[in-house]
Design a binder for this molecule. Structure first.
Ligand SMILES: [Mn+2]
Length: 260
């Protein structure tokens, strides 16, 4: 005799304010996992949209995106600085937009949900949106349906200076805090070229050496992550571990479904 426990978890990442279909993720499952990037700062498809679009306007934001994409970070910063001088208190203006987005997103977030931060998040504002059935995890482990799920949030330092980038040392500490798990959940992928290369942006996103070393050491059944919106490969294998990019929810509007 063996116990057959059928559990379904719907996993999403990179919501980027795709609020209108978010509640549907909670249908037909026992729990939802969300791997971060709730906010839409920059909308590459519609530069008038998102936090930067609403503050800078479509025209200036298009130019800002063009300069950054061309690796002209100093020039991009120069036009931004000029605009901020005109607009007023940068931190306050951004905060207002962030809170407005979070209010709409967290209202639609299905529960129960186990959630961690992406690099396009502002963790300091999350406590005020906490609701019943929502568990925020970072460097922590939770048991779902008899399996151990470990969570590591945030991104690593880049020239893009996205809102939540932490040092390699801090990230390593969160990975070390987990101990062995069955399922590793993070926003960024382990540092493996095929899964960190974005074919539309035509560049490598930052993956994590610490996650890769963890996978080699503990060999969890799965490593789930997001971050790379259009990856060269959305899955790969490291020994016994299946590494899976659960998809860019803003684009796909559907979860990765895990049955066990
Ligand atoms: Mn993202």
């Amino acid at each position: 005799m063996r116990n057959v426990i059928a559990v379904r978890v719907n996993i999403i990442s990179d919501v980027h304010a795709r609020t209108e279909v978010l509640a549907d993720v909670g249908k037909n499952c026992d729990a939802v996992i969300c791997l971060g990037d709730l906010l839409l700062y920059t909308d590459y498809e519609d530069p008038g949209n998102g936090i930067m679009g609403s503050l800078f306007g479509s025209e200036l934001n298009t130019e800002f995106i063009r300069l950054r994409t061309a690796n002209k970070f100093d020039e991009a910063r120069a036009i931004a600085t000029k605009k901020w001088e005109e607009l007023g208190n940068r931190e306050e203006l951004i905060k207002k937009e962030v809170l407005k987005q979070y209010e709409e997103i967290f209202a639609e977030m299905p529960t129960p949900v186990y959630i961690t931060y992406g690099n396009v998040d502002r963790p300091e504002f999350w406590p005020q949106f906490k609701k019943e059935g929502m568990t925020v995890l970072d460097g922590q482990v939770v048991e779902i349906g008899g399996l151990k799920f470990g969570f590591v949030g945030g991104g690593l330092k880049t020239p893009y200076r996205t809102p939540y980038e932490i040092s390699d040392e801090e990230f390593q500490k969160n990975v070390d805090a987990l101990g062995p798990v069955d399922v590793l959940c993070s926003h960024i992928p382990p540092e493996i070229p095929d899964i960190t290369f974005d074919v539309v942006a035509k560049r490598f996103e930052r993956g994590s050496e610490a996650l890769l070393e963890y996978i080699k050491k503990y060999q969890p059944k799965y490593s789930f992550f997001g971050h790379v919106h259009q990856p060269l490969a959305s899955r790969t294998r490291v020994g016994k571990t299946e590494c899976v990019n659960v998809g860019f929810f803003r684009g796909t509007k559907r979860p990765f479904v895990l049955d066990f």
